[in-house]
Design a protein around this ligand. Sequence first.
Ligand SMILES: [Zn+2]
Length: 82
Amino acid sequence: MKILDLTGNGGAPGPAEAVCSRKACRHGAEWQLLWNNPKIHTPERRKIWLACGEHRAWLEDYLQTRGLWKDTVALNPAGRAS
Ligand SMILES: [Zn+2]
């Protein structure tokens, strides 16, 4: 007989913990950078990087330099107003 505990959180990171995608940055994300790599993604596919205010420009520049950047939109964590 198996007993499956479906109620445990298991330590999995919740969606509310949005952290900047910049390497080694632990700041909370304020922006979503939408991008697409036409070499490996279908045209309608959107990958998302999260960026804090400090690294938004750095990450945008990184994507734009490679022709991958599509859009930048503000991140609004559900249920948490800043
Ligand atoms: Zn950052």
